[in-house]
Design a protein around this ligand. Structure first.
Ligand SMILES: C=C1C[C@]23C[C@H]1CC[C@H]2[C@@]12CCC[C@@](C)(C(=O)O1)[C@H]2[C@@H]3C(=O)O
Ligand SMILES: O=C(O)CCC(=O)C(=O)O
Ligand SMILES: [Fe+2]
Length: 342
């Protein structure tokens, strides 16, 4: 995969093009602005050379050991026995279809603002790339009721109820995952002042990102989401099929990837996985990503137990979550380098 800097340009046009998805209903061919430099990492037809992402059963007594190995190697794994009801996943998927199949004009009523996050639009990292993303998305922080009322003035409660139920389930699952991931580092929840005993984060800054990747006539030349790492502690993703370059979906499984913040807390031991989303000629792919993150005022620094010079020097200086998000929003893939410990 090309490095992010190879793909990105010096100029960062922040015009509306990098916020407003195209009208996929009327488009018949891929405009030049969506054709990326030849991508060397499009999933090859033979899946033999695709390193399988480990699938971990959360009830397996070896779960923490398997997680540690996956997080040290790639920063991504799939989970089964996660306890999220299948009928909820199906209800969620049908609400997400319902949103993205609205007429473009209707969706554009909730277009996110240039320096905002919530609402309809291209992923924020689009502005770091000269080419445009073949995708559309919708970001939710807390309740989506304001935007839902604009999308469905007469009938918005179903959407809000399903989103709320999913957010509650994701918070519980994220608490379980936090305990397991900290244990896999030899840490407990006491090592992080902003995490409760069962892994829940008081005042968590969590977000839901709904992603839609319509069928694309030139799937090997377009980009669904450009290479990036997530700024979360970790992200839990439900996908309806097709899958990433290395992640072939196991039905019913959820994908977990390590975010920048867990990478910092692990003092660099866990990989914050660079990932991207591919598109397909025939399939319309959806994914729902839940970003689990600390409160904005949380002090982020490598856990003391993991700093042990000279073999394990401290890699990052302390920043608040808010400071890190601001550095990431401005400097994107250079954010971690900018907070390296002198
Ligand atoms: C809570 C988050 C996390 C965000 C910003 C905000 C809402 C949308 C998320 C994403 C989703 C798509 C990739 C990414 C890189 C992007 O551009 O928008 C993510 C970003 C981040 O993880 O930094
Ligand atoms: O669509 C996917 O599977 C990737 C989503 C993602 O990486 C994101 O929303 O940050
Ligand atoms: Fe991501």
């Amino acid at each position: 995969m090309q490095s992010v800097s190879e793909l990105s340009s010096n100029s960062h046009p922040s015009n509306l093009d990098h916020i407003t998805p195209i009208d996929f209903e009327s488009i018949k061919e891929v405009p030049e602005s969506f054709i990326w430099p030849l991508l060397s990492d499009y999933p090859s037809c033979n899946s033999a050379d695709i390193e399988p992402v480990p699938s971990i059963d959360l009830c397996d007594p070896k779960a923490t050991k398997l997680m540690r190995r996956a997080c040290e190697r790639s920063g991504v794994f799939q989970i089964t026995n996660h306890g999220i009801p299948t009928r909820l996943l199906h209800k969620l998927e049908s609400q997400v279809w319902r949103l993205f199949s609205l007429p473009t004009g209707q969706k554009l009523k909730t277009l996110r603002s240039p320096d905002g996050f919530t609402g309809y639009g291209l992923a924020n990292h689009s502005s770091f790339y000269p080419k445009l993303l073949w995708s559309e998305g919708f970001t939710i922080f807390g309740s989506p009721v304001e935007h839902a009322r604009q999308l469905w003035p007469q009938d918005y409660t179903n959407f809000c109820d399903v989103i709320e139920e999913y957010q509650k389930e994701m918070s519980k699952l994220s608490g379980r995952l936090t305990v397991l991931l900290l244990n896999s580092l030899g840490l407990t929840t006491d090592d992080l002042e902003w995490v409760g005993a069962t892994g829940e984060i008081n005042g968590a800054r969590s977000a839901l990102r709904l992603n839609s990747y319509p069928p694309c006539p030139e799937p090997t030349r377009a980009m669904g989401l450009a290479p990036h790492t997530d700024s979360s502690l970790f992200t839990v993703i439900y996908q309806n099929g097709v899958g990433w370059v290395t992640v072939r979906p196991v039905t019913g499984a959820l994908v977990v990837n390590v975010g920048d913040i867990l990478h910092i807390i692990s003092n660099g031991r866990f990989v914050s996985s660079v990932h991207r989303a591919v598109v397909d000629r025939a399939q319309h792919r959806l994914s729902i990503a839940h970003f689990y993150g600390p409160p904005v005022n949380a002090q982020l620094s490598p856990a003391k137990k993991l700093v042990d010079p000279p073999d394990h020097p401290i890699l990052y200086r302390t920043v608040t979550s808010q400071e890190y998000l601001a550095i990431k929003a401005k400097h994107f893939d250079k954010a971690l380098a900018l907070i390296r410990h002198a």
